[in-house]
Ligand binder design. Structure first.
Ligand code: PLP
Length: 386
């Protein structure tokens, strides 16, 4: 993954930092576009996965739309000239709604009647018609980690099926609202594509309901969530976009002129990023050895937050392993005063020394954007390759 030259460059760069391979990002976007244009599908990039300016520029140039979940993301997407901006989120503030109205975004993905009423009121004050889609909770299980499952009735997201009729009827009476579509998002890091088949079948039923109630829909938005290979990233640097889009083509019934939209975050940016860190100390424990890094949960919180797995490599030692390279078991931890500040337990690494560089792979999504300055640490830095 990392060339000798790259690793040499890392040695002269203050750690920790995020390393982004923009060439790899470009390759991923090429594959994504090749597979989505086959069916005329529209892909929006979910900015929340990574909102770095350099990364946003590459993605915008590839012609993707934007999917935002805050007013500042809407502003940022506007600054980067993204054309089609969607705004989702279960708790949009009045200020954020006004920002989106002023930017004339393409669609508000709405999660309750109360929210739609507020958008109507604010749009009325500005003499605008707000385009909205109903975010519907399809009650489909994404079979992913419980904190990133969003499409079940027990989750806080979306309008439930049993309240849909009431919500749609009341919305039709609002003068400053235009119903343009329906929206779903069932979760993240979905690797079992059958969850998307269930979503398609449910979406078809819901679509029939709208047809029978004579509510025309310009678009259907099936959200994002396509997973990536955290365990063997080098085998699957580019996600299987082909199977993903072809599944929707096979199972989702679009009406004439209706467009299908996707909001993909992780699958676009995860593999192009690595968190690069230096070993501060190697410490002997009772039953294990600890590798203590200069990066911690402040730079990458996913392992602490979702028990997520990231491949960890000692890139100082891994370059030219010989037959007598000794592999040892380590717990790889950060310097923060929290026991959950651990990147991996019982990780097999070549014998590791103070000063070695460690790469934590597949961290381009939900890594840097979730970083904090807890313990008054410096904000995570980023380094790019072309
Ligand atoms: C987070 C999110 C996405 C993107 O999810 P990924 O798993 O990164 O593809 C898309 N749509 C909505 C509404 C989201 O909240």
């Amino acid at each position: 993954m990392f060339s000798k030259e790259t690793i040499q460059k890392f040695q002269n760069t203050p750690t920790p930092f995020y390393y982004y391979d923009l060439g790899m990002l470009g390759g991923t976007l090429d594959a994504l576009k090749k597979e989505s244009v086959k069916y005329g599908y529209h892909v929006h990039y979910a900015l929340k996965a990574n909102a770095n300016n350099e990364i946003l520029s590459v993605i915008q140039q590839a012609g993707l739309g934007a999917d935002c979940v805050s007013g500042n993301e809407v502003k940022k997407a506007g600054e980067h000239n993204f054309e089609k901006i969607f705004f989702a989120g279960v708790g949009k503030s009045d200020e954020e709604i006004n920002t989106a109205l002023d930017k004339n975004i393409s669609c508000f993905n709405c999660e309750s009647l109360q929210e739609i009423e507020v958008i109507n009121e604010l749009a009325n004050k500005r003499n605008k018609i707000a385009p909205i889609a109903f975010r519907i909770n399809p009650n489909v299980n994404a079979n992913t980690h419980k904190y990133i499952t969003t499409g079940l009735e027990e989750n806080k997201f979306g309008i439930n099926l049993w309240e849909l009729e009431e919500v749609v009827k009341r919305t039709q009476q609002l003068k400053n609202i235009k119903i343009t579509g329906i929206h779903f998002h069932i979760g993240s890091q979905i690797t079992d594509l059958s969850a998307y088949k269930s979503l398609c079948l449910r979406a078809n039923e819901i679509q029939s309901w709208f047809v029978s109630h004579k509510v025309p829909l310009e678009h259907i938005n099936v959200g994002g969530g396509l997973g990536v290979d955290y365990h063997t990233p080098d085998k699957n640097l580019i996600p299987d976009f082909s199977s993903y889009f072809s599944l929707f083509n096979q199972f989702l019934e679009l009406r004439p002129k209706q467009t299908l939209h996707f909001e993909i975050g992780r699958a676009i940016v995860a593999q192009c990023g690595s968190l690069i860190s230096k070993v501060l100390f190697v410490k002997k424990g009772v039953s294990t050895n600890f590798v203590i890094l200069d990066a911690g949960m402040t730079e990458l919180i996913r392992p602490a937050l979702y028990q997520s797995y990231h491949k960890i490599e000692n890139i100082s030692q891994i370059q030219y392993p010989t037959s007598n390279t000794q592999y040892l078991k380590y717990d790889v931890v950060g310097p923060i005063c929290e026991s959950s500040d651990c990147f991996g337990k019982a990780v097999m690494l070549p014998e590791t020394k103070r000063g070695d560089l460690i790469a934590i792979r597949t961290t381009g999504a939900y890594g840097e954007v979730m970083s904090s300055q807890y313990n008054l640490r410096e904000k995570a830095k980023a380094v790019y390759s072309v």
